[in-house]
Write a new protein. Structure first.
Length: 84
């Protein structure tokens, strides 16, 4: 994430800059950064429609932005009552 001055924005805790990998997508294998795991108050996924539960720590993996967007769109287009 970039701050208004054009630099890379990092959280105040100093553990993981927002431009470093914190996760690997279980669907496509892409590396990406989870805002929460990087110490931010919220993640990029918080602005997307709530279509899937966020996995509990150690219970699963989050999807990358591209895959999560595709899965949300597929769920949106699926007939009501269809598995998905």
């Amino acid at each position: 994430m970039r701050d208004p001055r054009g630099g890379i924005r990092t959280h105040t805790g100093g553990e993981t800059p927002m431009n470093e990998t914190t996760n690997v997508c279980p669907r496509c294998g892409a590396a990406f950064t989870c805002g929460v795991r990087a110490g931010e108050a919220a993640c990029w996924c918080a602005v997307l429609p709530a279509a899937f539960a966020v996995p509990a720590e150690g219970a699963g993996a989050c999807y990358c932005p591209r895959c999560l967007g595709e899965l949300i769109e597929a769920r949106r287009q699926a007939p009501r009552g269809a598995p998905g």
